[in-house]
Design a protein around this ligand. Structure first.
Ligand code: GDP
Ligand code: IMO
Ligand code: MG
Length: 432
């Protein structure tokens, strides 16, 4: 009997989860997504291909491996159809190796309108949602009014769909708008809806299964499974900077409910972070930089959203936030991404502690919007290009010192260092 390993983001998302899942897939039999939906944008780069995945797991470019969209994930069938087409264009036809849980919930076109109406009604307090309908679709799931993938085979599907859509329109009207106040992917609701309904036929081409049985049986047979997180721990619905969060549990606990496996079946937990911090959308960000260092990180790290293209906010590494995320997730191994982005920095800063209400603390407060003053330390940069380096020992000494310092502060080993977007530029420091 084997255990399921987990890979998830420890910051505000976009840590590079897609790249590492793609790199690690050869070591696994199955890759499974357990939460989130098309709000995610996971980038893979290899052999001259750059590809962004949203709903489909990042193991999909390894044709012999099974990829599963778990019950905790939200599926928008038209976005899914487009994702399949772009994969087919680059030579990957996943009809045989992609399985979908019957219990995964659907994002309806009217969820997306509702997302837009909710955001518009919040004014300055808007969350900066990706507008993919995530919050409203998870709301329907919890309210027990959602539609699931398994429902698309029912003869009542369209009637139920219509009923839910009308209830969404009533909410939209109560917020002072109507169904024509917003568009979806540049189309009015009626136009988008027709294509959305058609795209259900595409969904039916795939293996739609009771994935909880499939996954537990695979573990019983000794198969190796990697669970792929979306978003990041600081966007978790319970522990993130609420209300500026996403609507799912992005932490390890989400693997159990999002795939149907018991806590005792969790194995290694790979926590992945950038060598600095980014955040896209609104909400607290204690180490955010508004100066030329922030701009340098944004430009050199190409920090523009994979899903929405929005510029990402950038800041120094935040150790209290990282330690919090490691605690919540039970991280066993750390992976450090995008260290190359700091190649030209003279000095690198990191936040060791916060000052809150005049006191030094490592603890994130209940209200992340209150004044949090980071206390910074610094270390010298390495001022060196990393091209051609493929062994940990050959990395610049100052970089190795920075990595050692992060290991010391977190008490966890850094087992992987990533030095470019490309699959091949990945240094394993230790066997995992
Ligand atoms: P994810 O959501 O966690 O999968 O991350 P995204 O794909 O949204 O964002 C990470 C971005 O950084 C993508 O554009 C990746 O191609 C890129 N990336 C990943 N690892 C590295 C790295 O080590 N160095 C650099 N420079 N870019 C990287
Ligand atoms: P990946 O998996 C970064 C952010 C949005 C917004 C908030 C809520 O690529 O790391 P939502 O659409 O979920 O209602 O938006 O969460 N957000 C992400 N930020 N990476 C992501 O995913 C994100 N998914 C959502 O910007 O602030
Ligand atoms: Mg992303």
């Amino acid at each position: 009997m084997s255990k399921i390993d987990v890979l998830l983001g420890l910051q505000w998302g976009d840590e590079g989860k897609g790249k590492v899942v793609d790199v690690l897939t050869p070591k696994y039999d199955i890759v499974a997504r357990f939460q989130g939906g098309p709000n995610a944008g996971h980038t893979l780069e290899f052999d001259g291909i750059k590809h962004v995945l949203h709903i489909i797991p990042s193991g999909i470019c390894h044709k012999e491996k099974i990829n599963i969209i778990g019950n905790g994930v939200l599926i928008e069938p038209l976005i899914f159809q487009k994702e399949i087409s772009t994969l087919e264009e680059i030579g990957f036809v996943p009809t045989n190796n992609l399985y979908i849980s019957k219990k995964a919930h659907l994002i309806l076109p009217s969820h997306r309108l509702l997302d837009a109406a909710n955001e518009a009604s919040k004014g300055e307090r808007k969350i900066g949602s990706t507008l993919k309908g995530i919050g409203p679709a998870y709301t329907d799931k919890i309210a027990r009014t959602g539609l699931r993938v398994g429902d698309i085979f029912s003869s009542n599907f369209v009637a139920n769909y219509e009923k839910i859509k009308q209830s969404h329109i009533r909410i939209i009207k109560s917020l002072g708008f109507d169904e024509n106040s917003f568009i979806i992917e540049n189309q009015p609701l009626c136009e988008y809806e027709a294509k959305w309904l058609e795209s259900l036929e595409n969904l039916k081409r795939f293996n739609i299964i009771n994935s909880e049985y499939y996954i537990n049986q695979a573990l019983d047979e000794g198969k190796k499974i990697l669970a792929e997180g979306a978003q990041g721990s600081m966007l978790d619905i319970d522990f993130g900077s609420y209300p500026f969060v996403t609507s799912s549990n992005t932490i390890t606990a989400g693997v159990c409910s999002g795939l149907g496996i018991a806590p005792s079946r969790i194995g290694k937990v790979f926590g992945i972070c950038k060598a600095y911090c980014t955040r896209v959308g609104s909400g607290p960000f204690p180490t955010e930089l508004f100066d030329e260092n922030g701009e340098q990180l944004r430009q050199q790290g190409r920090e523009f959203g994979s899903t929405t293209g929005r510029p990402r906010r950038c800041g120094w590494f935040d150790i209290p936030a990282l330690k919090y995320a490691c605690m919540l997730n039970g991280v066993t191994h750390l992976m450090l991404m995008k260290i190359d982005v700091m190649n030209e920095f003279e000095t690198i800063k990191y936040c060791e502690e916060y000052i809150i209400d005049g006191e030094r603390t490592m603890e994130l407060p209940f209200d992340m919007e209150q004044s949090i003053e980071p206390i910074y330390s610094s270390c010298p940069g390495w001022k060196q290009d990393l091209q051609g380096i493929d062994k940990f020992e050959d990395l610049p000494e100052n970089m190795k010192s920075y990595i050692g310092l992060l290991e010391e502060k977190t008490g966890l080993p850094i087992v992987l260092v990533s030095t470019s977007p490309n699959r091949k530029d990945t240094i394993l420091k230790a066997e995992i």
